[in-house]
Every structure is written in structure tokens, then in C-alpha cells.
Design a protein. Structure first.
Length: 126
């Protein structure tokens, strides 16, 4: 299990900054608004795309934390390959049973941890 302090992120300004980072990431990944909302487990991504803060909901904040950590791992693994970083979550992956990382994350909450564990194992092998 990965530690995350994002569940303790209560000030609205901090959640607003996190929303901006996560929305930019999800846009770079090329996800539709529906998929963005589904990943964060919110009904509508619109308020965050318009500059609003993420809700003060530990589950949403934890998901956001996983997404940021996944992006950081991808930056470490593919420092000179922006295309790979931006599309890796959509590629089928044999280590994930032939599913894409996105499909694994959308399946259930544990999917985020599964994807992070895969990236962590790759970083440890490098």
C-alpha cells in the first residue's frame, strides 16, 4: 500500500491547486470528460476544469494523489519521451493481464494501487 497525505488536504486553495494539476494531466492523457470524472469518482469534472477545488472527500483526494504519483513515475521512467508518458495508460499491458492501465484503474479503487505497483517495480528494476 502506498502512503498518501492527500486525504488530509483540507484547505480549499490546496485542493484547487491539486485540481488544476490533475485536470491538466488528464487532458494530456487525452481522456474524455466522462472518463476524467469516472477516474476521480465524481459526477462532473466541469467545476474542476473551471478552476474549482477538488471536493474535501478522502476518496477523491486519494485518487488524485495516485494519478499524480503515476505521472511522476512515468516522468522518471520516460524522461525524454513525452508521447509515451501521455499515452502509456492507454496501451495494453501484458503485466496487467492484457488490459490497459486505464482499464485497470477504472475497474475499481484497487486498480490505482495495481498500476502504481507496476510502475514502482519497473523503477526498482531500472
Amino acid at each position: 500500500m502506498h502512503d498518501s497525505y492527500l486525504g488530509q488536504l483540507h484547505p480549499s486553495g490546496a485542493r484547487q491547486g491539486l485540481a488544476a494539476v490533475v485536470v491538466a494531466l488528464l487532458l494530456r492523457w487525452g481522456l474524455s470528460p466522462d472518463k476524467q470524472a469516472e477516474l476521480l469518482d465524481v459526477t462532473d469534472i466541469g467545476p474542476f476544469r473551471d478552476g474549482g477545488p477538488l471536493p474535501d472527500d478522502p476518496d477523491v483526494l486519494e485518487r488524485a494523489g495516485h494519478l499524480v504519483a503515476i505521472e511522476r513515475a512515468l516522468q522518471w521512467l520516460y524522461p525524454d519521451d513525452r508521447v509515451m508518458r501521455d499515452h502509456w495508460i492507454s496501451f495494453r499491458n501484458e503485466e496487467l493481464g492484457g488490459l490497459s492501465p486505464l482499464a485497470v484503474m477504472l475497474r475499481d479503487h484497487k486498480g490505482f494501487e495495481t498500476v502504481r505497483a507496476l510502475l514502482d517495480s519497473r523503477r526498482n528494476r531500472a
